[in-house]
Design a protein around this ligand. Structure first.
Ligand code: ZN
Length: 142
């Protein structure tokens, strides 16, 4: 089993270690998925890596990939079990994004008609010149 960094003060590290109980959905040597104890909807599930990384951009690519790769199978099972017709995959990084626990986690949030959760998407328009400048800056940073 690979060695993962941990933070003894982290609630998700404690759940991974088994010192805090959870309702475990799946587990392997790289990740754990469990029911959120403060669900936004019935079936709300968290996927966490077995490794303490505060944000996705700090994680090894393969571990992030393993977490993301669990989402299709988990979402199919959650939809089947709850009757949800849709779902969101949400992954927040940093306080400004809404991240509350500094251990990477992916939310699978089942959605239903009139579930009251809402959805806000306020697009702007990308200026062509700004887009080219931004693209060059991102590609340079890769
Ligand atoms: Zn942790």
């Amino acid at each position: 089993m690979p060695q993962h960094p941990t933070d003894p003060a982290c609630i998700f590290c404690k759940i991974v270690a088994g010192t805090i109980p959870c309702l475990k959905v799946i587990e392997d040597d790289r990740l754990l998925a469990f029911l959120d104890i403060g669900p936004l909807s019935c079936g709300h599930t968290l996927i966490v890596p077995k490794g303490h990384y505060a944000t996705l951009d700090q994680m090894p690519d393969d571990l992030a990939g393993a977490c993301a790769a669990a989402a299709p199978r988990l979402s199919r099972a959650i939809k089947a079990a709850t009757g949800a017709s849709a779902w969101n995959l949400l992954q927040n990084n940093g306080r400004l994004s809404g991240q509350a626990v500094d251990h990477v986690h992916f939310h699978i949030i089942p959605r239903r008609e009139a579930d009251g959760l809402g959805y806000r998407w306020n697009p702007t328009k990308l200026d062509a010149e700004e887009g080219r400048t931004l693209l060059a800056a991102i590609q340079k940073a890769l």
